[in-house]
Design a protein around this ligand. Structure first.
Ligand code: OKP
Ligand code: ZN
Length: 343
């Protein structure tokens, strides 16, 4: 399995996030990708730079004004006399206007963001664009005949919507991969999101579509981030009705409940008869994760990979979350090696 990775991920660094009432160093830190890279190299995977996809490739799943905002946000921040990381503090919530995008950088940032845990720093755009290119490259390898590929994306992407960023995510890497497959001969694509957090951005992007099935297993939004999406009754709308399926699980979920839920999610995918699969691969379901509360052990990740292989589909793995950095590499490589039946 080939791996797409860019050292530019490290340009997204130095920000702080609002966490339980305090500004703290980001859980989503560069060393995450460094440790994953070491683990996949140790496992013998072939690592390449992403192809130089153009900015226009992003517009298949994102709004042009939003992409332009991300590209120039920190420049505008500096032009306004500020420095360092930028975080929004006001949002167009219920009863405020959403039909107007403020021209000032603070209002614009609040308009496009949905939380205060996703700082933009000077290098954020470069890193996010490189991550998107990794996802597109992995999708291209699969479209060109590889059975599977892994995009080592950082920052992650599944919380980023059509014109929305947050949850450490800016561009939706998994949605870009799924759309790339749609555009290159795969008529039906399933996205399975196994990150601990609901992939609200991916759901948003494919909400009204029947050609891309979105299935997510995650901590219940009743108590877990992103709180406002990811409930079981969200099933898509219009042509997309029935093509979004959510499997929220309670805090403390162990393999005993997770395994059967994974089987149920896979049954939904099988019923869709997809031509390809994109896996939003978060390993923050791990018992040692500092911001999550499932109880999966390192030994369970190869089992997830083995199960996914049973779908017998061309598969693009896209890295999402996982914040127990000491074990992140082992857990990610475990899924990939399990998929290849090496474990
Ligand atoms: C991103 B991904 C801590 C509370 C939660 C955002 C979590 C984003 C998770 N400040 N903050 O899905 O792993
Ligand atoms: Zn997550």
């Amino acid at each position: 399995m080939k791996v797409a990775h860019s050292a530019l991920h490290a340009r997204h660094d130095g920000g702080k996030e609002l966490h339980r009432g305090e500004l703290v160093p980001c859980f989503e830190m560069p060393v995450r990708a460094d440790y994953i890279l070491k683990a996949v190299e140790r496992a013998g995977f072939n690592v390449s730079e992403p192809r130089p996809f153009a900015l226009e490739s992003l517009l298949r799943v994102h709004d042009a004004h939003f992409v332009e905002f991300l590209r120039t946000a920190h420049e505008e921040w500096r032009a306004a006399g500020k420095e360092g990381f930028m975080l929004p503090s006001g949002f167009p919530a219920r009863s405020l206007r959403r039909d107007h995008i403020p021209s000032g950088i603070n209002g614009k940032m609040g308009y496009y963001a949905f939380d205060a845990s996703t700082p933009i720093v000077e290098g954020t755009w470069e890193a996010a664009f490189a991550a998107a290119q990794c996802a597109l490259t992995a999708a291209a390898w699969v479209a060109e005949g590889d059975k599977s590929a892994y995009a080592l994306c950082r920052p992650p992407g599944h919380h980023a919507g059509y014109a929305l960023y947050g949850g450490y995510c800016f561009l939706n890497n998994a949605a870009l991969a799924a759309q790339y497959l749609r555009d290159h001969g795969f008529a039906r694509v399933a996205v399975l999101d196994v990150d601990y957090h609901h992939g609200n951005g991916t759901q948003d992007i494919f909400w009204e579509r029947s050609d891309v099935l979105f299935v997510s297993i995650h901590g219940s939004p009743e108590t877990e981030y992103p709180y406002f999406l990811g409930y079981a009754d969200e099933r898509g709308e219009g042509a997309g009705e029935g093509y979004t399926r959510n499997f929220p699980l309670p805090r403390g979920t162990t393999w005993k409940e997770y395994g059967p839920t994974l089987s149920a999610a896979m049954d939904v995918i099988g019923g869709f008869s997809p031509d390809a699969l994109v896996v939003s691969l978060g390993v923050d379901t791990y018992e040692g994760d500092p911001i999550s509360s499932f109880k999966l052990a390192t030994s369970h990740y190869p089992l997830i990979g083995q199960r996914l292989a049973e779908l017998k589909l061309p598969t693009v793995f896209v890295q999402e979350g996982g914040y127990a950095v000491d074990d992140i590499g082992t857990n990610v490589a475990g899924v990939l090696e399990g998929f290849l039946s090496r474990r």
